[in-house]
Design a protein around this ligand. Sequence first.
Ligand code: ZN
Ligand code: ZN
Length: 488
Amino acid sequence: MKRCLSLTMLLAATTLGCARTGQNVIEDAAEAMGGAAAISAATTLVMEGTGTTYRLGQNHAPDADLPIYELHTYRKEVDLENQRWRIEQVRTGHFGTSRPVNQQPLVQAIDRDVAFDVPADGDPRRLNAQIGRDRHADLYHHPLAALKAALQGDPEATVGPVIEEEGHEVVEVTLADGLHLTLSVDAVTGLLSRIESTTHQPFFGDVVIATSFSDWEQSGELLLPQTISQTLDKYRNGDFSVSSQVNTEIQDLSAPAEVASAQAPVQQPVEVTSEELAPGVWVLGAGYNSVLIEFPSYTAVVEAARNDQTALAVIEKAREMVPDKPLQYVINTHFHSDHAGGIRAAVAEGLTVITHEIHRAFFEELVMRPRTLGPDHLTNNPKPLQIETVSGDGPYELTDGDRTIVIHRLKEDLHAAGMLMVHLPKERILVEADVFTPRPGAASPFATNFLAQVRALGLRVNRIVPVHGRVVPFSALQRVVRTIARGS
Ligand SMILES: [Zn+2]
Ligand SMILES: [Zn+2]
């Protein structure tokens, strides 16, 4: 059968009944980029420029843009033959934090499935297996690497049929290592303009990583994209403006022996400590602080943070501490990934979530999201979300017999729009997240507003329980705010 070689022949070929195969699409995309021979002969790729990366799960409100890192410099060296890359960048974070990121050098690398970072002043550090899989997949989120792999003719690398989409021909490719890629070829330019793959993200579950390519420029025999934009589901994940060179000399990108021979880190069992703050009130420490509150007929915890393992350990500890009452509620301070990462576990354990109303839709989606690539406790124990919300500026009272706690919205908080704090009026304890973390060094930029709002509400507070950090007297907050005022 006569092969259908070019997109310009597509219409005629279809009319003549000659079906285009996925392989035709790959070959044509290679041709448009400079030819299969030049692609196959490419052994290294260097991209250099600037860009923007994003802090997933840390936006001001669920629908707000993600906070950004500006990349002052960005250089990615790729060893296409040995499946290795290394990114060296210098970045500045444009968001409020008590740990400002200013002109921070960052080195990230992958050698086949061995992912590691190289700290500016320390030893290379091996990262977990999931990061290894993601960085390995990222190698193929470039037209040169994807087409080179798809053209290799490895019998295990299979190319699916052509799917016609508006303005694109789409083919599914399975590489020899099992990685699935969805390649979209622009019908007008004939260039591979988009590459997608699916992965497991710890907070969001199954996600699609999609990388788009545009502004092509000639580099030797090849046309290469100067603009590279990546999304993770609906979120922006990275935007890069680069110039590229092929087959130039690169450094040795192999993982150092001590990294390659180290075990990839795995989740360790979580130990939960407990400390009584007042009768019926405990701080539970699990790398962050939860607060367990005993009511006459049930118990509640503030925060199910981090991830499944941590939240489940905290829930287990809470039930062990007060075995004769049901653990009924989890109060969530805000929707950020480090604070809501255990919400799915809490839902699976039958807890009712109390959070601000602006988080409702986000949590409804979070508990429904598929997790085929990383099933969790909720996947295995499906339960519907039970949720109660704090409206407007609150307050919201949880009361039973002689125990009352009051949940206030922290107004005008620049860290998170729906930020909640939990006040125990009788015990004069205030639980807060992220607006005041007692630690040496730079003060939280949110502490001043936090103190002002606590005063405006007339809350009586002797002790602050930060979700991150140690329990401190209220005077510690006042001292920090005075220091900030003196410094400005
Ligand atoms: Zn936060
Ligand atoms: Zn936090």
